[in-house]
Write a protein that binds this ligand. Structure first.
Ligand code: SF4
Length: 140
């Protein structure tokens, strides 16, 4: 499984919504297949989830227009640094969850995710709070 680093956080907030029916179906399949022992190669480039996204073009992510991919790579590298991982490294999904639990809290998403349209919906902060076993924060 190949997953770009910021998507490790997006997965925590996945509630069956996404950019297209194909994207959602693929995301469900990828997320549903993750077990503690699943080996995940972490990337700072388009991944198994981006592969079914209508925003993925030849130069990478175009969600916010030209230049989006550069910003997303920066986001990936921020997450890699926070998790103590390197691009291209392979670790188990269980270890990734442990690292997220220890190093990324719900409020960190304000700094990590920038203008992501999913952030205001609250699902990602809720997912990270669940991962930490903390009470779910109120929605804005
Ligand atoms: S707010 Fe956006 S980038 Fe951040 S974890 Fe959620 S979906 Fe991913």
């Amino acid at each position: 499984m190949r997953i770009r680093a910021h998507n490790l956080l997006c997965i925590q907030g996945f509630v069956g919504k996404g950019y297209s029916p194909e994207f959602v179906a693929n995301m469900k399949a990828v997320v549903g297949g993750l077990r503690g022992t699943t080996e995940v190669t972490v990337l700072d480039a388009p991944d198994s989830l981006c592969a079914a996204c209508p925003n993925l073009k030849a130069g990478g992510c175009t969600l916010h227009g030209e230049g989006t991919e550069r910003g997303i790579v920066t986001q990936d590298r921020d997450v890699l640094a926070r998790l103590g991982l390197r691009a291209g490294g392979t670790v188990t999904w269980g270890e990734i969850l442990d690292r997220i639990r220890e190093s990324v809290g719900p409020d960190d998403l304000d700094a990590i995710c920038g203008t992501c349209p999913w952030l205001p919906l609250g699902h990602c902060k809720e997912g990270l709070a669940r991962l930490r076993g903390a009470p779910t924060p109120p929605r804005p």
